[in-house]
Design a protein around this ligand. Structure first.
Ligand SMILES: Nc1ncnc2c1ncn2[C@@H]1O[C@H](COP(=O)(O)OP(=O)(O)OP(=O)(O)O)[C@@H](O)[C@H]1O
Length: 351
């Protein structure tokens, strides 16, 4: 299997630099299994270890994560090992250990200390820096969500970093032309209309808009009344791009911030800002001159129904991802296209 990262045998004591000290300390659980703490055998330094089944999808995740790994705001991958457990071939990814937890948990934990728009802009600048790096390498992350934004350490020295490349994709690889609309309902614009490269990247920009919105008020957009459980109407609001900047929490937020959010949450990916436009936008450029007024973020975060919000964000991101392997061309029999009805009828009579 071709890949551009080096895999070391885990059983070989000369190459195996890390070890898991029993009982394993679980750092987090994801769809692919657990992430556990491991220790550098020589220095005792702590790292995070993610174990993935050795399948092509995992190789792609690791390859893209390794490629992106040099950036200050992307979780670093230090080593990749291979090993078999109960005859199942696995890849072991050693990453820097993120000790500071997830983005919004950290804001919530601040208690009385007010969170300001200026701070929000600093966080967004770091996240956008990571995305600009990825997009310049023609990699779309396609799974930017609060759970994948982690801090290196607790306290003011902690740095925010993006992780989990499970849905990342190279955007400059050629896709078969004209297939994507065969039976798909993509997110408002067929990828081939925009070009699959811009389409895949635009998914990250939508996520950036959602994260920025939550940072500035403490609840997700597309909520009719924040703090209330997710209503069935939320999905349709996402689809129609229907959201507002309710009073009073948005009253003290700058016009520039609202303008940028509006450009990011466009339902048509062709109209959505690119990462370069975000970096050049007034709000991103005037960091230190942004208002220092306390925001309602921390208070509102406590009221937000996170599991439902996460679920809805996940579903929306899934609907935006269109992959070659997901594309299924309907057979003539399956098709409900009226223009093809005649052909079906003809096929029935033709021997
Ligand atoms: N480098 C790290 N340091 C500390 N904790 C981590 C690290 N990487 C991941 N985690 C924790 O493990 C959880 C799962 O990790 P990750 O998102 O990479 O796995 P996944 O199986 O691909 O998950 P998902 O269900 O989000 O797709 C994260 O939400 C986080 O809490």
């Amino acid at each position: 299997m071709g890949n551009s990262f080096s895999v070391k045998p885990h059983k070989d004591k000369t190459t195996k630099k890390v070890t898991v000290v029993p009982p394993p300390k679980i750092l987090g659980v994801g769809i692919n299994g657990k992430v556990v703490e491991c220790e550098h055998r020589a220095t005792g330094e702590k790292y995070a270890l993610k174990v993935l089944r050795d399948v092509p999808k995992a190789r792609r995740e690791i390859e893209l994560h390794v490629a992106a790994s040099g950036h200050a705001h992307i979780v670093a991958v230090l080593d990749v090992y291979e090993n078999a457990y109960n005859d199942v071939q696995c890849l072991l990814v050693v990453m820097e250990k993120m000790e500071g937890g997830e983005l919004f948990a950290r804001i919530q934990e601040r208690g009385g200390t007010a969170f300001t728009e200026r701070e929000a802009a600093h966080i967004m600048r770091d996240i956008c820096g990571a995305v600009a790096h990825l997009h310049s390498m023609n990699i779309a992350h396609r799974d930017i969500k609060p759970e994948n934004l982690l801090y290196t350490e607790a306290g003011s020295r902690g740095q925010i970093k993006l992780t989990d490349f499970g849905f990342a994709k190279r955007t400059n690889e050629s896709e078969p032309q004209g297939l994507a609309t065969a039976c798909f309902t993509p997110y408002y614009c067929a990828p081939e209309v925009l070009g699959s490269e811009k389409y895949d990247k635009s998914c990250d920009l939508w996520s950036i808009g959602v994260v920025m919105y939550i940072l500035l008020c403490g609840y997700p957009p597309f909520f009719s009344a924040h703090g209330l459980p997710m209503s069935p109407g939320m999905k349709s609001r996402i689809k129609s791009g229907h959201y507002t900047f309710p009073s009073p929490e948005w009253d003290c937020v700058s016009q520039a911030a609202k303008d940028l959010i509006t450009k990011l949450l466009k339902t048509d990916p062709a109209e959505r800002y690119t990462i370069d436009q975000v970096m050049a936008h007034k709000w991103t450029q005037t960091l230190t001159r942004l208002p220092d007024t306390p925001l309602a973020t921390a208070v509102n975060l406590e009221k937000t129904e996170w599991p439902e919000m996460q679920d809805e964000m996940e579903k929306t991101l899934a609907s935006m991802r269109v992959d070659k392997e997901d594309i299924h061309i309907k057979s003539l029999a399956e098709s409900k296209n009226r223009l093809l009805e005649k052909r079906k009828a003809a096929a029935k009579v033709d021997p």
